[in-house]
Design a protein around this ligand. Structure first.
Ligand code: DGL
Length: 262
């Protein structure tokens, strides 16, 4: 293993690009390969076995591409498969989980909302983490049914998605949450719409920055931080490259986005 090898990131689709952006900002010298398994999105409604099979398929490809570390930029894949991936691969594997701890510790109303997929909310890992940090906290868990599909179609800013979000958030609004945890890497793309729905006092948190910090720590510890920038990131999708490009090439970027059958 050497420092000039790339970092691999995968998600069920384009959601993990929100994590890519955090990693890129904190570690600008790293070469990153991103896999969007959009053909198989959403993972959130699949069985644990199926989520594990897809997570292994994506990790295998990134390892074959020579990645020195793999980021599972998907809460659903992390909460259902990270233990098995870590047991099988020798490269470090970083996962993403809903940021329950900071929300629970900082909530003044002791009432927090968690928006995530069915696969994440029903996982053992999520139940264990929630059990540790929310003993004296009222949590309202909502499955974001339909949201991943809307974002995968580039409809994150439509009126239709706004109305769906409003309906999904109703139980949280009724209970007066002061923290909303975004437990799916697709959901940061909904923040502009969420801000229009939530009262001003509600803080929205996600785990993107924490994943980037953890990645840096692990690479530093292993002496695998890239000393100089050699290549721009590359993106692969097994569905529509135009949609992935729409998400990663905002802000005047011109990254390479290609179709790959994986
Ligand atoms: N981005 C994935 C996550 O963080 C979306 C899961 C899905 O495809 O349903 O959970």
């Amino acid at each position: 293993m050497n420092a000039s090898q790339p970092i691999g990131i995968f998600d069920s689709g384009i959601g993990g690009t929100s994590i890519f952006k955090e990693v890129q900002e904190l570690l600008p010298l790293e070469h990153i390969i991103y896999l969007a398994d959009s053909k198989n999105a959403p993972y959130g409604e699949k069985t644990k076995q199926e989520i594990q099979r897809l997570s292994f398929k994506n990790t295998e490809l990134l390892v074959k591409m020579g990645c020195k570390l793999v980021i599972v930029a998907c809460n659903t894949a992390t909460t259902n498969a990270i233990k098995e991936l870590r047991a099988h691969y020798s490269v470090p594997i970083i996962g993403i989980e809903p940021a329950i701890k900071p929300a629970a510790l900082n909530s003044k109303k002791k009432t927090i909302g968690i928006l995530a997929t069915k696969g994440t909310l029903s996982s053992e890992l999520f139940t264990k983490t929630a059990g540790l940090f929310t003993k004296d906290i009222h949590t309202i868990e909502v499955v974001g049914k339909g949201l991943v599909e809307a974002i995968e179609e580039g409809k994150e800013n439509t009126k239709e998605t706004f109305l769906l979000l409003k309906e999904l958030l109703q139980p949280m609004l009724a209970k007066g949450i002061d923290y909303l945890v975004l437990g799916c890497s697709h959901y940061p793309y909904l923040i502009p719409q969420l801000k229009k729905i939530l009262p001003a006092g509600v803080t929205i948190i996600d785990s993107g920055e924490a994943v980037a910090r953890q990645t840096k720590n692990v690479l530093k510890e292993a002496e695998l931080l890239s000393p100089k920038k050699e290549k721009d990131p590359v993106f692969y999708t097994n569905k529509d490259p135009l949609i992935l490009s729409y998400f990663v090439n905002r802000d005047q970027k011109a990254y390479q986005v290609s179709y790959l059958d994986f």
